[in-house]
Design a protein around this ligand. Structure first.
Ligand SMILES: Cc1cc2nc3c(=O)[nH]c(=O)nc-3n(C[C@H](O)[C@H](O)[C@H](O)COP(=O)(O)OP(=O)(O)OC[C@H]3O[C@@H](n4cnc5c(N)ncnc54)[C@H](O)[C@@H]3O)c2cc1C
Length: 398
């Protein structure tokens, strides 16, 4: 992209990483995305390529074998990858969130145990808050861990685990009996090690199978059923129970920047396809781009791409500077996902009937965009977070 979605003030290393990823996306992802997605095929070769580039350890500190890069670098990489195929960014996203939670909240032993193998892509992370009866209302979690003499026993059902079958380390948020008044203070994150695959993968732990989705194919999304699953107390993230909600919300905050970045990537690709098609397709004796109605669509799409990119970059930089970014990440996620849905829709319209054909990439992008309105918190939840933050900040003195 020559002009849109540029980022000022990047270091030489960031520029170099992005150039490498962009080339990888153009050569190894875009040409295969349609076929893999239509076949619901896991992109094993692409994942191997990402491992070789060190992308699984992009944000993991150098002392644990990672590249020690910032959230901004990660978000810009994700934007590029989603421009190629969103499912590939889904493979690394949950991994990145779990690595972030371990880096920020893990005990020294947990960091030592997992981060080096996560950086190498040997341990791959997924995370689980949602259950069949709740998603937005995280504090209402029912899956329960009960403390016994030699550890905890977990019972309950989790839902919507991205990479649930292909990961081997899942950060799971469950209810524990802390006796606290507020429900969210009775939640604990467990680090569940498990083999990859489906069925009863460990005694008392079943991954039933892939959920058949509208889009976002190739990457697996699963349930996770606990039935008397035994786990040691030292698998509690950070070693202390009752802190899980805080840990997960920190993970989700960086996850929201990541979802915003994905939305930017899909919107960029939709714009690229639309502006190309609009110059080739002729109606009434001229290219459709020469009809003002279409030219204006392109102008509006590009403006939305630019605005979303800048807000996403701002939210990432804020977090990198050590400040809380709940409001800014919420705003970036809200605007980027809503604009992404609008931009893909306009690109689809510009393609006329061909946009409805599975031969054209825009058909896939149209099915990918809606997920971003839901994942890591719906638009309504982002508005709740943003307004709460603003009301805290702008308290009335009257
Ligand atoms: C493909 C896919 C992958 C996913 N991957 C993961 C994952 O890896 N890990 C994980 O934990 N979860 C994952 N999720 C779950 C996702 O985070 C939830 O679906 C999402 O948070 C919404 O929750 P819900 O589906 O239960 O909707 P609900 O919470 O039931 O919401 C339904 C509707 O009501 C609205 N609503 C709810 N509460 C309010 C309110 N207070 N005010 C106004 N409106 C409200 C919502 O905005 C929405 O429109 C995934 C979901 C999908 C579809």
């Amino acid at each position: 992209m020559a002009r849109l979605a540029q980022t000022a003030g990047l270091t030489d290393i960031q520029e170099e990483i992005l150039a490498t990823v962009r080339t990888f996306v153009d050569k190894e992802i875009i040409p295969h995305a349609q076929t893999l997605e239509h076949g619901d095929t896991y992109p094993a070769d692409i994942v191997e390529g990402m491992k070789e580039m060190g992308l699984f350890g992009l944000t993991i500190p150098e002392e644990y074998g990672g590249l020690g890069e910032s959230l901004l670098t990660y978000a810009l990489v994700v934007e590029q990858i989603a421009r190629g195929w969103m499912s590939v960014s889904g493979v690394i996203n949950t991994h990145f969130i779990v690595a972030h939670m371990l880096k920020q909240h893990g005990t020294p032993e947990q960091k030592e145990k997992y981060l080096p193998r996560m950086a190498a892509g040997e341990v791959r992370g997924s995370f689980s808050m949602s259950e069949p009866e709740l998603g937005s209302d995280v504090a209402a979690i029912r899956t329960r861990a009960v403390k016994g003499d030699s550890g905890y026993t977990i019972n309950g059902q989790k839902m919507w685990l991205t990479n649930g079958g292909t990961s081997n380390l899942t950060a799971v948020l469950v209810k524990t009996d802390e006796g606290a008044d507020k429900p969210h203070q009775n939640l604990t994150t467990f680090l569940v090690e498990k083999p990859e695959g489906y069925g009863e993968v460990l005694p008392g732990l079943t991954i039933p199978g892939k959920i058949d989705k509208m889009g976002y194919k190739g990457v697996d999304t699963t349930e996770m059923v606990f039935d008397g699953f035994e786990i040691a107390a030292d698998q509690i993230l950070g070693g202390v129970s009752g802190q899980g909600f805080r840990h997960m919300m920190d993970g989700v905050e960086v996850g929201r920047v990541n979802v915003a970045a994905r939305a930017c990537g899909i919107a960029i690709r939709s714009f690229e396809l639309a502006i190309d098609y609009a110059q080739q397709r002729k109606t009434f004796g001229k290219a459709i781009a020469e009809h003002q109605a279409i030219a204006f669509k392109l102008a509006e799409m590009a403006t939305k791409v630019e605005a979303a990119h800048l807000m996403m970059v701002n939210a990432a930089r804020l977090k990198d500077s050590g400040q809380r970014n709940d409001v800014e990440a919420g705003m970036a996620k809200l605007i980027a996902s809503e604009y992404c849905a609008e931009v893909t829709q306009e690109a689809f319209r510009i393609h006329g009937g061909y946009g409805y054909s599975k031969e054209y990439e825009i058909e896939r992008l149209m099915r990918e965009a809606p997920f971003l309105l839901i994942g890591e918190g719906t638009s309504e939840i982002q508005k709740t977070i943003i307004s709460r933050g603003l009301l805290r900040e702008y308290q009335s003195r009257g």
